[in-house]
Write a protein that binds this ligand. Structure first.
Ligand SMILES: Nc1ncnc2c1ncn2[C@@H]1O[C@H](COP(=O)(O)OP(=O)(O)OP(=O)(O)O)[C@@H](O)[C@H]1O
Ligand SMILES: [Mg+2]
Length: 355
């Protein structure tokens, strides 16, 4: 869409300090042109600060930032070809929808009629045709969100930034708008940096995810890489709600390893671990609950909590490995708390965490 096309974003050893607080600590990454990369992490880990550094709304304390291969480290926000969609949408309440969207191009010097045409085109793109003369207060949360997207798109930026764009929406709308943003990004071949603290949202929309923890990058990868090959306990826990379990690596078998946990033995990808104590990430889906002792190897346990959620049942199960969080998608009838059960494990969803 942009005359220059989508641009890459590159951070090289970027640090941002606010007095004694280091909000971003020696962070390096590249966002390839035309991809959607998510910054994912818990509250306070530095996601918004990273976005604001890309936008030029904050200046780096040290390190360099490049957009489209050009060093923009010392350029102000208005000198960078970047737009941001804020969590609060930040629409002008006294302007109509179309005035909100046409505002940016008008300020940039485009004649009013052309700015309105451009704005209408973008409103159509986000599915808001016919609503252009309403005021923001006459729109639903999801519609306001789309106005904010149209307002960012109309500037045809080389990079588009989203800061928790779905946090004001209910669960159903969140999924729809999330899919819309992803579709728009792919159809228009946009470079997008997207911030969320919701791991499911990140897995759903991203080409790549940058997981942040305490102002640093914990791991970068595709959704699948992060889910299937977490590099640390933090990432295993944050993405996919893994149970973290103590285990012992009994025998190294090339790139496989024999591991023992809770009296069970499993052969798993070794992932560089060596004989001795290890940690395993056990996905909630990996655990199968049996009401009677199964033929396959299993351990004894007791149902502590059960929650029926329609499509699946969530359990907390007390075992000698500690409490395990388990999701059962097969059964319809929950097992009552207090029931003695047996647990077996699907190797596919049990992962050794590298030391
Ligand atoms: N203007 C500021 N002055 C001082 N400290 C700040 C400022 N902005 C952010 N911080 C601090 O920097 C750290 C990172 O903040 P940031 O807003 O980037 O986190 P975040 O990952 O976006 O969190 P959230 O998910 O809660 O939005 C926090 O400890 C925060 O208190
Ligand atoms: Mg934030």
């Amino acid at each position: 869409m942009n005359k220059r096309g989508p641009a890459s974003v590159e951070f090289r050893s970027v640090t941002k300090r606010y007095g004694a607080v280091t909000a971003v600590d020696d962070v390096s990454f590249t966002i390839e042109p035309g991809t959607l990369v998510t910054l994912l992490g818990p509250s306070g880990c530095g996601k918004t600060t990273t976005l604001r550094l890309i936008a030029g709304l904050e200046m780096a304390t040290s390190g360099t930032i490049a957009i489209g291969g050009h060093d923009v480290t010392n350029l102000s926000a208005s000198e960078r070809d970047v737009s941001m969609v804020f969590q609060s949408y930040a629409l002008f309440p006294h302007m109509s929808v179309i005035e909100n969207v046409a505002y940016g191009p008008t300020v940039q010097g485009l004649p009013k009629r052309q700015a309105r045409e451009l704005a209408l085109e973008k409103l159509e793109l986000v599915g808001l045709q016919g609503l252009e003369n309403r005021s923001p207060s006459e729109l639903s949360g999801g519609q306001q969100q789309r106005v904010a997207v149209a307002r960012a798109l109309v500037l045809e930026p080389q990079v588009l930034l989203f800061d928790e764009p779905l946090s004001n929406l209910d669960a159903k709308l969140r999924r729809r708008v999330r899919d819309d943003i992803r579709e728009l990004q792919q159809n228009l071949n946009l470079t997008v940096a997207y911030v969320t603290h919701d791991q499911e949202e990140a897995l759903a929309v991203s080409d790549r995810i940058i997981v942040m923890s305490n102002a640093r990058i914990a791991q970068t990868g595709t959704p699948r890489e992060l889910y299937e090959e977490p590099a640390s306990l933090f990432v295993a826990d944050f993405i996919g709600d893994a149970n973290l379990v103590d285990a012992e690596l009994l025998e190294e078998r090339g790139d496989r390893a024999l591991a023992r946990f809770g009296q069970l033995e499993l052969e798993l990808p070794r992932r560089g671990a060596v004989s001795g104590s290890i940690k395993l990430a056990v996905r909630p889906d990996a655990v199968m609950i049996h009401r009677t002792r199964p033929a396959r190897a299993a351990i004894e346990a007791r149902i502590a909590k059960a929650a029926y959620l329609g499509k699946h049942i969530e359990y907390t199960v007390a075992s000698r490995m500690g409490d395990l969080f388990v999701i059962d998608r097969a059964e319809r009838q929950p097992v009552s708390p207090g029931t003695e059960v047996w647990l077996s494990f699907a190797e596919r969803d049990v992962t050794i965490i590298p030391a």
